[in-house]
Design a protein around this ligand. Structure first.
Ligand code: XMP
Length: 512
């Protein structure tokens, strides 16, 4: 793999994704890994990421100079560029000129990275206080900027290069090309990481792991569990059984969609468990968001365990398929000190004492790769491009107690909002648009000649890259108007539609 060493920037995962977009497999590793540990992974190249520290700060993460003796190509970005310069005998100084944001890069001379085909000056995205003032011996300085006398350098002979700016972000329009050139031309790597190679490799691995055993998979209706199941099904056929728990907190048509579209596309064995009564009973009288989440998680596990016992009578299901993604793997390795904002309940998140061996065919993949794998496996758009929907479902979109009547009201309002957003062609533009029922709030309205005293619903359209941060989406007024008119006309209990214009932070995407 190409190893992306994470110096604590939020960019390391993004860099890893960009490397893969250049069709080269990459993994993120913490900067605390020793050179021996890095070399153990047999890296094809190493990318040093940016980071928040100043190279001079006491305790700032450093690069062990031994890394550069291993004959492995190295690319430094921002902090990684400075650390690399420092370790190889160049000079890094605190000049007092900070560059932050869009900067013009002046290309001095072509070289392997900044080739003649790129414009002589072009915008790049910078974020630094220190800068490299003298490149190490053997390096050619290929670009400068106002605040960075050495903004890019390379030593093609030793296959080292680096840039002061962030090539991985969209604000550096030629950044991907520069990264690609490092990988393909300077490091000499072949573009082999393609969707069909991912499918072939995973299918082979699953076959090897499962042998002639049987596996079960909890389907949530979401992209990840669907693609994981489709991959495993491709590998072991009808020795896979999927279990779909209908907890009654689903949106309109969701269960039918899984039963119809997913089965039609894959021909998988599917068991649907109707647990609607059970969840409603368990949630009766509960209004606290964390308590709701815990109850839903607990009941889900109980239902799944029961389904598993029922299946056991038919054969030995030793394997459990989970749709764990690469970002979860990276984050659970390095997420020390992260505050628990909400106890996220992943429908796949089953307890360890379930006696299963886990099969996690998406562990190495990013979300966009998962979507492409799904398409390659023949899953329909309705599944592959599905927007995120929380495991606890509508249960955390009813503010107040969850009851069957309230679920019905919310389902109707939500279906209208989704229909109109789809009709307006906005599905790809928004990340998701929760509809929230303020079940304990009432307000006065007028309809026909009569006074109404109904409930408000909240529209929460958001745009996001990864759900960690989000902005409220500026939906066209005409679309908002249609949604509002239809909901207040068609859903008798709702007499007011309001719009949530809060970014995340400070608001989270879901209301509970
Ligand atoms: P928040 O509300 O924390 O949500 O800003 C971030 C993203 O995660 C989704 N979400 C969940 N997904 N189980 C899930 O699988 C959960 O318990 C859960 N809670 C929130 C939410 O829809 C948004 O996309």
């Amino acid at each position: 793999p190409v190893l992306v060493i994470d110096f604590g920037a939020q960019y390391a995962q993004l860099i890893a994704r960009r490397v893969r977009e250049a069709q080269v497999y990459s993994e993120v590793v913490p900067h605390t890994a020793s050179v021996a540990e890095l070399l153990d992974k047999d890296p094809a190249a190493i990318v040093l990421s940016g980071g928040p520290s100043s190279v001079y700060e006491p305790g700032a993460p450093q690069v062990d100079p031994k890394l550069f003796d291993a004959g492995v190509p190295v690319f430094g970005i921002c902090y990684g560029f400075q650390a690399m310069a420092g370790a190889l005998g160049g000079t890094v100084e605190h000049t007092g000129t900070r560059e932050y944001g869009r900067t013009e890069l002046g290309v001095r001379q072509g070289g392997g990275l900044l080739h003649d085909e790129l414009p002589d000056t072009h915008p790049v995205w910078m974020s630094h206080g220190d800068c490299v003032t003298k490149a190490p011996d053997g390096f050619t300085v290929t670009a400068t900027s106002d605040g960075a006398p050495v903004a890019a350098f390379e030593d093609p002979e030793r296959r080292f290069a680096g840039v002061q700016y962030h090539p991985e972000v969209g604000h550096s329009p030629h950044g991907q090309e520069v990264l690609r050139r490092f990988l393909h031309e300077i490091a000499g790597l072949r573009p082999q990481w393609t969707t069909s190679s991912i499918v072939d490799e995973q299918v082979a691995r699953i076959r090897e792991q499962v042998g002639d055993g049987k596996a079960i998979c909890g389907l949530s209706g979401g992209v990840d569990s669907a693609v994981a199941a489709a991959l495993v099904q491709r590998a072991i056929g009808d020795r896979l059984t999927c279990v779909f728990v209908d907890h009654g907190l689903l949106r309109a048509g969701e269960r039918a969609q899984v039963e119809r579209d997913f089965v039609a596309a894959t021909g998988v064995n599917l068991v649907t468990v109707d647990a609607r009564e059970r969840f409603l009973t368990a949630l009766a009288g509960v209004t606290d968001p964390e308590q709701k989440r815990k109850i839903i998680g607990r009941e889900f596990i109980r239902v799944f365990e029961q389904a598993e016992r029922d299946l056991k009578a038919e054969g030995d299901y030793r394997f459990l398929v989970q749709g764990t993604l690469y970002p979860d793997v990276v984050e659970s390795g390095g997420g020390a000190g992260a505050a628990n904002i909400k106890s996220h309940h992943n429908v796949g998140g089953l307890p360890e004492d379930l006696q299963f061996t886990l099969v996690e065919p998406l562990r190495a993949l990013f979300k966009d790769e998962v979507r492409r794998v799904g398409t390659e496996l023949g899953l329909p758009e309705t599944i592959v491009q599905r927007q995120p929907f929380p495991g606890p479902g509508l249960g955390i979109r009813i503010i107040g107690e969850v009851t069957a009547e309230r679920l019905e009201i919310l389902r109707k309002a939500d279906a209208i909002a989704r229909e109109e957003l789809t009709a307006a062609g906005l599905d790809r533009q928004i990340w998701q648009c929760p509809v929230v029922l303020l079940a304990d709030v009432r307000s006065v309205g007028v309809q026909g000649d009569g006074r109404t005293y109904g409930h408000p619903v909240v529209l929460r359209p958001v745009s996001s890259e990864d759900a960690m941060t989000a902005d409220w989406t500026r939906l066209p007024y005409e679309v908002l108007e249609r949604i509002s008119t239809r909901i207040t006309n068609e859903v008798a209990e709702v007499n007011r539609v309001v719009l949530d214009v809060t970014s995340k932070p400070p608001g989270t995407i879901e209301w509970e």
